[in-house]
Design a protein around this ligand. Structure first.
Ligand SMILES: *Cc1c(COP(=O)(O)O)cnc(C)c1O
Length: 399
């Protein structure tokens, strides 16, 4: 029996929000476990009582531990990790740090996150580089044959979203990595929805750069994220923004950019959040990413099955391998209306407008979707209650 060993009761007991809400918005911002909350509050108290700089000095080891924990999570080295405000800024610091010029090709997929794609368009406009969207295969994932055919001498970057913000899809990140390595092309992976949900190993994936956020499947604080840059690439990327932490003035007319991934950071940051992010990573590692992935997938499959059995409900998920993000629409009912109605029943879901993944949304004619994203602390009983509430609130579907 799958997940028989997973101690859901302990997971829920560790999660204060579980007694308040039925939280199916883990792809938006997951409920943090108590240790993550405690780490933040403890540090905020230290700041209030000792002074912000003094508290940071006392917490130096804890702060350093966050780099080590993230390195362990993704199979990297601590010096390859930068702590930043969110996944978008992490991705940006790598992407805008690349030296792209006229004729360079950026290869990406249809499920690209809108923020990333906007940045690609801006850089294309500025530099004359070209963005090429590799088509999806019949399963909705990036078409690996098309990708192989698209790679040539002009390819300067492959930018892939591992798990898109909606649609259930898990892109074949490691197969893309193998193609990128074969062609010796840098590979930037948006792991925002996969970090904390699926096992990640940068060597196995073969990515050069990877971005992620704290608050989603990692269950860390809002306002935190990280960037990984493979050690040989750190000094090949020029951060688009510099400060006195990322670089040092060496004379009145010169400066030197630091040689580790901290060159992508800023001096000021949310110290309590950075410390708590490390606690969140430890917490995830303690459960084990294989066990987490298995339980999340099991629950999501159950949720899809329940939804497909409802008349008037269409599940829009694709992919040969599907994750914890479930997207659906109810015939004749606006997704925002469903979200608001459910919120009054203590159920959290989110809405994915077509603009969040425009290329995919247009290709598949997606309407505004309700996104119900599960985590390991959710339960079959919650899925049942979710179905019963949908039935009760939108009874016309059964007529
Ligand atoms: C949420 C999300 C992002 C952006 O993360 P932020 O932390 O909000 O910057 C990037 N990519 C994907 C696939 C996402 O779902």
């Amino acid at each position: 029996m799958p997940n028989a060993a997973f101690n859901v009761d302990r997971a829920r007991a560790d999660t204060p929000g579980c007694t308040e809400v039925l939280h199916f918005n883990n792809a938006g911002s997951a409920l943090p476990p108590q240790p993550v909350l405690d780490a933040q509050i403890d540090h905020l108290n230290q700041e209030a009582h000792l002074g912000g700089y003094e508290a940071a000095a006392y917490a130096e080891d804890q702060l350093q531990h966050t780099y080590d924990a993230i390195a362990q999570l993704i199979g990297a080295e601590a010096k390859e990790i930068a702590l930043v405000e969110n996944a978008t800024r992490a991705w940006d610091m790598a992407f805008y740090g690349m030296d792209l010029g006229p004729g360079d090709h950026i290869l990406t997929s249809a499920a690209s996150y809108a923020s990333n794609y906007i940045a690609m368009l801006q850089v294309a406009e500025r530099t004359g580089a070209k963005v090429e969207v590799v088509p999806s295969d019949t399963h909705g994932q990036i078409d690996l044959h098309a990708l192989r055919n698209a790679i040539d001498d002009r390819t300067a970057l492959i930018a892939l979203t591992h798990v898109p913000t909606n649609g259930g899809l898990v892109n074949p990140a490691a197969q893309v990595g193998a193609l990128a390595q074969e062609a010796d092309v840098p590979y930037l992976l948006d792991a925002c929805q996969s970090a904390g949900q699926l096992p990640l190993d940068v060597d196995e994936i073969g990515c050069t750069m990877l971005s992620a956020t704290g608050r989603k499947y990692l269950r860390g604080p809002r306002g935190t994220g990280f960037l990984y840059v493979q050690r040989d690439w750190i000094e090949r990327l020029t951060p688009p923004l510099l400060d006195l932490h990322a670089a040092t003035l060496t004379s009145p007319t010169s400066y030197r950019i630091r040689s580790d991934a901290k060159r992508f950071e800023t001096w000021e940051g949310y110290v309590a959040g950075k410390i708590a992010l490390g606690v969140a990573v430890d917490y995830a590692l303690d459960w084990g990413l294989d066990a987490i992935a298995e339980r999340v997938q099991h629950l999501a499959d159950e949720l899809r099955e329940m939804l497909r059995a409802q008349r008037g409900v269409t599940v829009y998920d694709v992919g040969t391998r599907q994750c914890g993000i479930v997207t659906f629409a109810i015939e004749g009912t606006d997704a925002h209306a469903i979200q608001q109605r459910l919120r009054t029943d203590g159920i959290n879901v989110s809405v994915s407008p077509p603009s969040s993944t425009l290329l995919d949304a247009e290709a598949r004619s997606l309407p505004k979707l309700v996104r119900a994203s599960v985590h390991y602390y959710n339960t079959s009983a919650e899925i049942e209650r979710f179905g019963a509430t949908l039935n009760q609130r939108f009874p016309m579907r059964n007529g």
